[in-house]
Design a protein around this ligand. Structure first.
Ligand code: SF4
Length: 444
């Protein structure tokens, strides 16, 4: 039988493990078997630096830490090799439930921490499934069939049954093979539906290209994400009137400490020149470029919608939350710099809405759906409300370049002397801000 560190936490086997190992009294007691598994994991870094977890609670914290530290430049995978050791799966399942419960009880199902946990689960399962790719395709396929059939019937799954899975954004309905509304997942169903149409080609190769192992893996990951969300919601609901266990509170607090540590490391690793710009900084509206000022007074004619949604929204968001975005190689999410969305709700959105209301006619009066487009440009999908749980469904748009503005919204661009040699209104803002700061310091 194939050995893997993946186990579906919502399978009956997993629930049995939790019953066996999840006794609250043992969660912070040293477990020699756990230590033994970790220290015998091939390639595992040992020693003081690796901070091997010796209790279930510490393992839960490490599981979360792995995901956050992975984003740091000096991340060392060898410290967490045990998370991919098949022998750890029983402890891993218990630590997963501990995390779900601690975060649901202390921070709530809509919190940034819960969202991070769901993302980390997705990442962990992806990496674990990646490791089974060394196996022959039919072995992988059977393994995935068994894992999936603990959650759905892969021979009889209507697309309408996975609407919520599709909303997570990992699978696209347009890319699924459907027959009478049924999603074609298994090879025998693929042959049953399309076998007659395949000539001079390897049917298995065709099946793999149109779905196969890739589809099964993505479906499995999405289903686990969805079940995790639901489980956390249930825990939150059930424990509202109950005093939380102090061990879970401590775990939740330690998770916040890890988050703070990661934030600090990320922002301080960019060098002093960037330090201020890679974190939220208060607005200095005096430093806004002419195009932004004009837009904020409201657009009276032409390109009103694009000016507010495509141009102003990204500028207002990045200038407050992450003005140094052009120094970063990868996209970023708002919650990475504004975890509770407090600044976004209290400062960013009001400024955008104010500009929208100053337009003639006011933007939302005749086109209220533009609020959804604004949320989408901030990375929160096509939803009327801006919620953490939807983050990542779309990308956080970066501010438009001067060239594009001149091409598509030429009336906005009335350059002044500071516009020389800059390519983007955000660059203008960062430079001007520093100039003004310097002037202020000199006048002190
Ligand atoms: S040059 Fe760029 S920054 Fe200056 S007004 Fe035009 S678009 Fe704005």
């Amino acid at each position: 039988m194939m050995k893997t560190s993946f186990i579906n936490p919502f399978s009956n086997d997993a629930k049995e493990i939790v019953r066996k190992l999840g006794n609250i009294e043992y969660l912070d007691k040293k477990d020699d078997d756990l230590v033994n598994i970790i220290t015998h994991t091939p390639s595992q870094q040992l020693g003081i630096d690796a901070q091997i977890p010796d209790t279930l609670l510490k393992l839960a914290l490490k599981r979360f830490e792995w995901y956050l530290y992975k984003k740091l430049e000096d991340f060392n995978e060898k410290k967490y090799e045990y998370l991919f050791n098949p022998d750890i799966y029983e402890y891993d399942v218990v630590s997963f439930y501990l995390l779900c419960q601690a975060l649901a009880i202390v921070y709530g199902s809509q919190s940034h921490e819960v969202k991070q946990l769901i993302d980390s689960e997705k990442e962990l399962i992806s990496q674990r499934l990646e490791k089974i790719k060394a196996e022959p395709t039919d072995v992988q396929s059977n393994f995935l069939r068994n894992a999936l059939n603990q959650l759905v019937d892969t021979n009889n799954l209507k697309w309408t049954q996975i609407k919520e899975v599709l909303e997570l954004g990992q699978l696209d309905l347009n890319n699924l093979l459907l027959a009478d509304g049924r999603v074609i997942i298994e090879f025998e169903d693929f042959i049953g539906e399309y076998g007659d149409l395949i000539n001079n080609r390897d049917p298995m190769a065709m099946y793999q290209v149109t779905g196969g192992v890739e589809l099964k893996s993505t479906l499995l990951i999405s289903l686990v994400m969805l079940h995790t969300k639901e489980y956390i919601r249930t825990v939150e609901e059930k424990t509202k009137m109950v005093e939380p266990n102090p061990l879970l509170i401590t775990l939740a607090e330690k998770i916040r400490d890890v988050e703070d540590d990661v934030q600090e490391k990320r922002f301080s690793s960019k060098g002093s020149n960037f330090q201020n710009d890679n974190q939220p900084i208060p607005y200095n509206m005096e430093a806004f470029p002419p195009c932004v000022r004009k837009c904020m007074k409201g657009i009276k004619s032409g390109s009103r919608n694009d000016a507010i949604v495509l141009f102003l929204t990204p500028f207002i968001a990045y200038s407050r939350l992450y003005p140094g975005i052009f120094g970063l190689d990868e996209p970023i999410k708002i919650s990475q710099v504004d975890p509770t969305l407090e600044i976004t709700h209290n400062e960013v959105i009001p400024l955008i809405y104010e500009a929208a209301a100053s337009c003639s006619p006011p933007l939302f009066k005749d086109q209220p759906q533009e609020k959804i487009n604004i949320n989408s440009k901030l990375g929160f999908g096509m939803h009327s409300e801006l919620k953490l749980e939807n983050e990542g469904q779309t990308q956080w748009y970066t501010p438009m370049s001067c060239e594009k503005i001149k091409l598509h919204m030429s009336t906005l661009c009335t350059p002044n002397k500071d516009c020389k040699k800059i390519g983007n209104p955000l660059t203008y803002y960062n430079r001007k801000r520093r100039l003004l700061e310097r002037e202020e310091n000199n006048n002190k």
